[in-house]
Write a new protein. Sequence first.
Length: 489
Amino acid sequence: SGSALSTGDGEAMSAPVFGPEIVSFEPATGKEIWRAPVSDIDEAIKRARRAWPAWAAQPLSTRMELVRRFANEVRKDAEKLATMISRETGKPQWEAAAEVESVIAKVEVSIRAFAERTAQRRFDNAMQGTSAVRHKPHGVLAVLGPFNYPAHLPNAHIVPALIAGNAVIFKPSEKAPATGEMLQRCFNRAGITSAIMQFVCGGPEEGKQLVAHDGIDGVLFTGSANTGININRKLATRPDKIVALEMGGNNPVVLWDTPKLTDAAALIVRSAFSTAGQRCTAARRLIVKSSMYDSIVPELKSLADRLIFAEPFAEPAPFMGPVIDNAAADGLTESFLYLLSRGGKAIKHLVRPDENLPFLSPAIIDTTAMPDRPDVELFGPILQVIKVDDFDQAIAEANNTRFGLAASLIGGTPQEYNRFWANVRAGVINWNKGTIGPSHAAPVGGIGLSGNHRPTGYYAADYCAYPVSSGELDQPRALIGIGLRSGGE
Ligand code: NAD
């Protein structure tokens, strides 16, 4: 492993055929950084099923202690893990370091959430005696991860699942498997065995195998809407399996009256272009009051012109790196050209300085004149701008999507924000803030094509365990008072 592929020709990023192996490439250079054969999914599931009952029978305090040790292991390896995230995804070093902090923070948040959302509760009732509500784990859960936050997002399913007493089979994205493997080692070093928290190497095929397997009790997924819909369809006849789907968005920002143009522009640019636009909550559509258009557009353009996009370890530090691979860069370029061909007007062109590498400049395009804008998630640094005349039109435009992940109103009055909050369909709705970076201590999820009403974040505890209600007395105690024939004693 580790052999460098040439970066000087068109073949640079296309992997030769290696048989059943997953190969991870560094987007910024095209070099191979990791490879491994795909895992035997049947065997992985057998192992997890054998190990799970003992894990579920551990006291909760033991499982909590072990995930806390995991946080310590991540802390010890923070730099190495961040470097791997940067290499494998192309995101800047400072951003990868922040991702590692989120991995660590997730542990305490999940412990609190478990206690608050799924702890045991008892209540006494004169008629029925004591009732108790306790939660049980589902069993063996498959966690399928995306490439853009290859440590933090799968971890946001894994930690709550382990606390609740599930065994986890974790299949990271085939585009970021090395990060996934490092994460798993941290769990193992903390004392959570590789049968309880099991890394499997694979791509979509192995993902499908996991989803369809009888030995899996549920699927916790973060990725694109297409894949999520596929998973949902596969499990349509399996109501016994828990399915949590965290999918993409076509997220709107509405810009209304505000004198704070510089701040507004910074919020919009950060929302649209952080992580080279590869965030589920990234702003894709700026819906702007027509009277604000001429003042905000030059601000946005000049700020976007100044953003450094470069390899993750460059000095000075870049704002953003490349997109994940050449195929993604090709697709985004095609989409940008499509928008142009259908009446879109470029405010800032999408530029790809090197045809053999997936670096893309931030791009801004006015699509007001396009009759039917495609409602798809363009997972890259492309922001559409749409001009509207009144607030009703702004809300209608914000809702002009089947997705429903994040939405922001920048500017406007409290009354306008109330209307925005009430009428815009999304799981994250902000005011005078951007769309990205929702709080760890809040539930995070979307509606429509963005999710299946099982938000992650603070509410992940809910889908990692199911409630069992128990009526309990210390002795059997009952009389049949009504409906008995007279007789007996
Ligand atoms: P993806 O859907 O291509 O892949 C996600 C995972 O699913 C990978 O592990 C992949 O191997 C697996 N997979 C692919 N096809 C499968 C199938 N048919 N059956 C089972 N598993 C399959 O997603 P991606 O490109 O890695 O990630 C980017 C997407 O994730 C974007 O759409 C983004 O918006 C979304 N995302 C959502 C959230 C959220 O919290 N809502 C967070 C981050 C990313």
